[in-house]
Design a protein around this ligand. Structure first.
Ligand SMILES: Cc1cc2nc3c(=O)[nH]c(=O)nc-3n(C[C@H](O)[C@H](O)[C@H](O)COP(=O)(O)OP(=O)(O)OC[C@H]3O[C@@H](n4cnc5c(N)ncnc54)[C@H](O)[C@@H]3O)c2cc1C
Length: 411
């Protein structure tokens, strides 16, 4: 086994860190405070090649891999611990890769170069009002009409809704819909590229709303109603009625990067915590780090963060050896457990680290001046469930390890 990053990976990490120190670190608090990632920063991220890292160069990507994408997202989250910029970046790597694997040539050529350059957004629209965990229970429906599909339905808690309306080109989603009927089940699901705004023009057939969230304010979360939106057959993703499997693979890709974002933010918090406990002196000038009640906890949290990192980079490496090689070592299903481990461990470790670091900061931690709370609230979005809830990760691990016939998720 090789536990080292290559020289190329280390150099890439250094170059991303340099970029972040210059363009993100000075602005992350303002981004969280104002609830907005400036469009010039999105463009800079695109120009720097930080979107579509694992996407082939012929579609405007870097032709890199998921390990590099995870490094980029981890570093960005270290410099924007409230994670909005990291989430934006992870979505612009994960879902473009999923489209490059499953989409038609026409859709890839049309959408991916604009996402890579930062002119358009491409995310995921799966969740609906009746519950995000139950993808087989979605009700949005696509009906075929000649060479087109007519889509009707509603999506909720979707990242990037406002950004699509603001970006010069626009953008859209990897949309999950029922084909022909809305009966519960996974064999009547098809995925589409839905572009509510494209070439700078917003469609009136998609009606958005924006939610007011408690954290990661820089990137919007919203919903939208879809009324008779027409999609060309070319923008159907993969085969009809196979969409459940493609979106599950897409979730696996995105979840690795979600976990990378949470460990980057958690590393920032633990570094700030270490500085604080060395400097804060009590009981006749002793640093609070000298008390075992503090340093033992530090050691435990450090161990958890190292474990979470291991899960992230093992899953990314497996993914590279599944999708991004001419000689795959693994099948997509082999990724389910390693990815669920990373997505389960990353956000929960971040939450634990933030809660302890806030306590080390004492009353100062409870003020807005310390800024630590921004990372706590930002990473907590992934403990709640963005890109799949934590219980669903537990279900996947239990199902695969104990055995499908012994583990039910429906009662
Ligand atoms: C900040 C944010 C951004 C998001 N962005 C997107 C996005 O871009 N695109 C998108 O499609 N969705 C997005 N989501 C939605 C996200 O995917 C859902 O929140 C998630 O899938 C859970 O769905 P839900 O919120 O409807 O909760 P529910 O599915 O209603 O679940 C409620 C609770 O029940 C638990 N639960 C559900 N089923 C089981 C089971 N079988 N066993 C045990 N426990 C179970 C869950 O773990 C959860 O705790 C976002 C969510 C957030 C918070």
């Amino acid at each position: 086994m090789n536990y080292e990053f290559s020289d190329e990976e280390n150099r890439f990490r250094e170059s991303v860190a340099e970029f972040c120190k210059r363009y993100i670190e000075p602005r992350w608090v303002e981004i969280d405070e104002k609830g907005h990632i400036p469009l010039d920063l999105i463009k800079k991220l695109g120009d720097q090649g930080l979107f579509a890292i694992p996407v082939p160069e012929k579609y405007g990507g870097m032709g890199g891999n998921m390990t590099l994408a995870a490094i980029a997202v981890e570093e960005i989250a270290y410099h924007d611990p409230a994670v909005a910029v990291a989430v934006y970046t992870l979505l612009q790597n994960g879902w473009p890769l999923a489209l490059s694997i499953f989409g038609s040539e026409a859709a890839k050529q049309e959408v991916l170069p604009k996402v890579a350059s930062g002119d358009a957004f491409f995310g995921i629209a799966s969740t609906e009002p009746q519950g995000g965990s139950d993808v087989a229970g979605i009700k949005t429906v696509a009906k075929r009409s000649g060479s087109k599909w007519i889509i009707n339905g509603e999506k909720t808690y979707i990242s990037g809704v406002r950004e699509i309306s603001e970006l010069p080109e626009g953008g859209g989603y990897f949309l999950v819909a029922k084909t022909e009927n809305t009966q519960w089940g996974h064999k009547n699901i098809t995925d589409f590229v839905l572009l509510p705004k494209w070439h700078g023009k917003m469609s009136e057939k998609v009606k958005p709303t924006i939610y007011d969230e408690i954290g990661r304010h820089g990137i919007s979360t919203g919903g939208f109603k879809i009324e008779d939106f027409e999609v060309d057959d070319d923008f159907k993703i993969g085969e009809v009625n196979n969409g459940f499997y493609y979106v599950m693979e897409g979730f696996n890709i995105a979840r690795v990067l979600v976990a990378a974002a949470t460990i980057g933010s958690a590393r920032w918090a633990l570094d700030r915590g270490a500085e604080w406990i060395r400097e804060r002196k009590l009981f006749q000038g002793k640093p609070i780090s000298s008390f075992q009640g503090v340093n033992f906890k530090f050691a435990e949290l450090y161990a958890e963060l190292e474990a979470a990192k291991y899960f992230v980079y093992k899953a990314a490496w497996m993914m590279d050896n599944t999708y991004l090689t001419s000689t795959p070592k693994f099948k997509p299903r082999d990724l389910d457990v390693p990815v669920a481990l990373a997505k389960m461990k990353g956000p929960e470790t971040a939450t634990k680290i933030y809660e302890e670091v806030l306590k080390w900061f004492g009353a100062y931690g409870y003020t807005k001046e310390s800024n630590v709370y921004r990372g706590w609230l930002g990473t907590f979005s992934y403990t709640i469930g963005a890109e799949g809830s934590q219980n669903i990760m537990r279900y996947i691990i239990a199902r695969e390890i104990i055995g499908k016939e012994f583990v039910s998720h429906t009662g």
